[in-house]
Structure formats: structure tokens, C-alpha cells
Design a protein around this ligand. Structure first.
Ligand code: PGA
Length: 248
């Protein structure tokens, strides 16, 4: 399976800063060892696409969010048909959206379906909180998330899916998860997908790790069995660091 490295810029970088960062990444990443996906804010996507198309770079784009409806009176929201043709991927179910914006598992399931309906590959984020892990409920939490979040798509549609394991306690905290924890959860997720969809489809679904990754710890995850890449937050804003991760 091809390695995938996704940069989640979150609510950072204005249009000019985004332009500069994309240009630097384009120049710096000369020998990528992964497919590289950048997820800038919505306002920078059109410019990012323009740069990518005019320079014919290998960089790909993703959105950070999507509305579950395809159009309508939803002030401030962005729908799948607006993203179609602009991005290939869309992050769904990020813990910041689950926690800060109270997105529940059912809404995330509809967002996954909205991605598939609009020919976007969902990068579905799952992961447990500190409390869930301390209570021995890490696996249960992730399996419950998967069960509901994947309930609105068919078996065939599931082959166009990326899962990101992002323990909430590791995101933006500087406390990256021990590789052994990531290995165990990745295998749990893969086994779940195998049981649900069969081997052929389960093998097509990349499982990424995300949570305080940087150039120093990335290799430890990329070497794990069934880990297909990384979802990088903070470190994706630094072109030297992110370029290095993409060329490990
Ligand atoms: P981080 O964020 O790398 O800054 O921890 C990861 C993410 O939120 O996807």
C-alpha cells in the first residue's frame, strides 16, 4: 500500500501564508516517499489548487470539514458539491470537531456518506480520550466510533476510505502515543474492517496515526505493521519539518 502523509493546517495560515507554505513545500519535497495531502482552510483551497495545477506538482488537497447536506440554508457551512473537483480528500470526525463542536457519531456517519456521495475520500478520525484509556475503554470507544461512523456507507463504498487513529490525549499535546499503543489500535481497527468488509477491502483502507507527530518520531510509526501513514497537525505548518516527514 502507498504511504499517505496528510497535513492538517487547522485554523492557521491566511491566503498569503498558505501560498508561501505550498510554494515552499513544492520546492522542498523533491523525493517524496508518500502521497502528500495538504488540508488548508477552505479560503485557501482555490489558490492551493491553482498553484498545484500550474506547477503540475504531486501535492494533493483535502478539506478539513464538510456539511452532511449537499446544499441549502446552512449559513457558514461548506457542502460536498462545492469541494468536488477542488479536493480529493476530506477530514471527518476530527476530535476537535467531536469535542468543541459536539459532532456526534451519527452526524459524522452522515458526513462520511456526504464525502462518498461527492466522490471525496473521507479521512475518518477516531480515537479515545484520556479518561477512556485510563478506564480501559480505548478499544471500545474506537470500535463504537467505527461502527456508527461507517453505518451510512456500503461495503463497496468503504474501499474509498482512510481511517486516522488519533488518540485525543496525543493531539497538540506534545505527548505522542507510544508506538506499541498505535500498533495495537491499528491492528484492532484493521481486524474490525476485515470482519466487516473482508480482506480485499480491509487491505485497501489506509490506517494513519496522528497526534504530536514530528520528524523525530514519525519513522517509529511508519515502520509499524498496517500503519499506512500519518496525519500531521502542528508539524505540517513548518515546511522544513513537514518536507522531511514526507521524505523519510
Ligand atoms: P498534532 O495534530 O500533530 O498537532 O498533534 C494532529 C491532528 O490534530 O490531526
Amino acid at each position: 500500500m502507498n504511504r499517505l502523509v496528510v497535513g492538517n493546517w487547522k485554523m492557521n495560515m491566511n491566503l498569503r501564508q498558505a501560498e508561501t507554505l505550498i510554494t515552499r513545500l513544492r520546492q522542498q519535497i523533491t523525493a517524496p516517499t508518500a502521497s502528500v495531502v495538504l488540508c488548508p482552510s477552505f479560503v485557501s483551497l482555490a489558490k492551493a489548487q491553482e498553484i498545484i495545477l500550474s506547477h503540475k506538482t504531486f501535492l494533493q488537497l483535502g478539506a478539513q470539514n464538510i456539511n452532511d447536506n449537499d446544499e441549502g440554508a446552512f449559513t457558514g457551512e461548506v457542502a460536498g458539491p462545492m469541494l468536488k473537483g477542488l479536493v480529493k480528500y476530506c477530514i471527518v470526525g476530527h476530535s476537535e470537531r467531536r469535542i468543541i463542536y459536539q459532532e456526534d457519531n451519527e452526524l459524522i456517519a452522515r458526513k462520511v456518506a456526504a464525502c462518498i456521495r461527492n466522490k471525496l475520500t473521507p479521512i475518518l478520525c477516531v480515537g479515545e480520550t484520556t479518561n477512556a484509556r485510563q478506564d480501559g475503554l480505548a478499544q471500545r470507544t474506537v470500535l463504537d466510533q467505527l461502527e456508527t461512523n461507517l453505518s451510512e456507507i456500503t461495503r463497496d463504498e468503504a474501499s474509498n476510505l482512510v481511517i486516522a487513529y488519533e488518540p485525543v490525549w496525543a493531539i497538540g499535546s506534545g505527548v505522542n502515543a507510544e508506538p506499541s499503543i498505535v500498533q495495537a489500535m491499528t491492528l484492532t481497527i484493521h481486524q474490525y474492517l476485515f470482519n466487516k468488509y473482508g480482506q480485499a477491502i480491509a487491505d485497501k483502507i489506509a490506517i494513519l496515526y496522528g497526534g504530536s507527530t514530528n520528524v523525530d518520531n514519525a519513522s517509529a510509526y511508519l515502520g509499524l505493521h498496517k500503519v499506512g501513514g500519518l496525519l500531521v497537525g502542528g508539524a505540517s505548518l513548518n515546511y522544513k519539518e513537514f518536507s522531511s516527514i514526507c521524505q523519510l
